[in-house]
Ligand binder design. Sequence first.
Ligand code: NAD
Length: 291
Amino acid sequence: MIILDGKKTSSDIKDEITQEVLQLKKDGRKTPHLAAIIVGNDGASRTYVGAKVKACNRVGFHSTLVELSSDTSEKELLSKIEELNNNNEIDGFIVQLPLPKHIDEQKILMAVDPNKDVDGFHPTNVGKMALNLPTFISATPYGILELLDRYHVETSGKHVVVIGRSHIVGSPMSILLSQKRKVGNATVTITHSRTQNLTEITLKADIIIAALGIPEFLTASMVKDNVTIIDVGITRVEDSSKKNGYRLLGDVAFDEVSKKASFITPVPGGVGPMTIAMLLKNTLLASKMNN
Ligand code: NAD
């Protein structure tokens, strides 16, 4: 069994980006600049955004964090987005989700200039992705493709089962892996909360992408031998033995499933760290494209 080490792979990618940034600077070109908008005080969101800013510093990007209070109106947020759309210093930016309930998330994501949409959430970019045209692929699916690629996990002709159909993970993952691309050409089954007899389907999978958000949902009896497992789930579960009071669990019962798997991602340290590395990769692409 081989662990798909997202922590190490994301660190390698960050080193590669650092080298590229040094070269850009040497050539007198613009230093990539990522901005992030966060609205409100959600603890997990703050941690994620903080990690993104830290990652920018590590690779030599400029970064700007725009912090808005939880009572910010939709109109105010839209005008901030317009400001970033028009600011030539900023190559790409993200709006950290979730947003407070009084703000229409879709309206906000539609307002981001597609050329600066490094999260790849704008319908223009989702459409390009679905048509297999060059674009910003959203960070989580992009990170999974990269992990499979760097560990030479064969996807061509394999049966991939995706569990979950969210817009940010399950749906794009199923589209990408079915496409004619280096990591792709798979026969994909997408499953969700209304799927019947899920175990019958997962037992036939060569590769399973678990993205449903139910801790340790996928057990050993649901998978065949030599399966490849990508565990996207991250759930905080109370744990008084930990300093911070919680531990992170994936959607896969790692201890038992790993015994049957040929490749598996751990949680934490699998898909999670890859997400930030791919956001940086998208920002580098935006910077090259926009300058
Ligand atoms: P979501 O809640 O938007 O979607 C969950 C999906 O799971 C739905 O499509 C639903 O139909 C499906 N589902 C629910 N119960 C099911 C069941 N019993 N059987 C089959 N399908 C079922 O979730 P999301 O935003 O895609 O996130 C999923 C998990 O991945 C969460 O734990 C989230 O925290 C995590 N996540 C991790 C990263 C990362 O970077 N590692 C990124 C995004 C999401």
